[in-house]
Design a protein. Structure first.
Length: 194
């Protein structure tokens, strides 16, 4: 019978393990990263990497609140939960302020199909009562005019399916149960605004 040696990790193994742990740490450090490289690679108005929102020029209070929601996992979204995990409050706030200070650049100014139906839905839900008559929001209410249509459609559909909370809209109506067709039309109407 062969004796087993007492298996101790070798220094090289420990060094490799430490390196892997460091590499697996959150991508953003506790200091605010440069928003140009950390955020805008995915969040440019004309990007084609899925339905992600335009965030340049969005309200700082809204951006700060959403980053905190991702960080605390009150809002799920890949890769935002992991990317925001290591940010300290001051860094998170600095990022929101830096993004808000940039000019808003609408995702599209092209006419959107079904936008006329969407404008009727915007009136029916009285979206202007919170987002403003120009749908530019303010403070913790997001600007939705000129936002990515695919992003808006996905978020509105999530409200309709109770996957994401939306406060009662004007008159106390809720967005629960909104149809995918209505979500698409509302998103189209908002995306074509400046």
């Amino acid at each position: 019978m062969q004796k087993t040696r007492n298996a101790r990790p070798r220094p090289v193994t420990l060094a490799l393990l430490c390196g892997l742990l460091i590499a697996a740490a959150p991508v953003w450090s506790s200091t605010a990263p440069d928003v140009e490289t950390a955020c805008l690679d995915c969040h440019r108005p004309q990007q084609d990497r899925g339905a992600v929102p335009v965030i340049e020029g969005q309200h700082a209070d809204y951006l700060r609140a959403q980053l905190q929601r991702f960080q605390q996992r009150h809002r799920e979204g890949f890769p935002m939960n992991a990317l925001s995990a290591g940010l300290e409050a001051a860094s998170l706030s600095a990022m929101a302020d830096a993004l808000a200070a940039r000019p808003w650049r609408a995702a599209s100014s092209a006419p959107q199909p079904r936008a006329d139906i969407g404008r009727e839905q915007l009136d029916a839900f009285d979206c202007a009562s919170c987002h403003g008559s120009d749908f530019r929001g303010g403070g913790s209410i997001p600007r939705i005019a000129g936002q990515q249509a695919a992003y808006l459609q996905r978020q509105i559909a999530a409200f309709g399916e109770s996957e994401r909370h939306h406060p009662p809209v004007g008159g106390g109506a809720r967005m629960y149960g909104i149809t995918p067709d209505a979500a698409e039309a509302i998103a189209a109407a908002l995306a074509e605004l400046d």
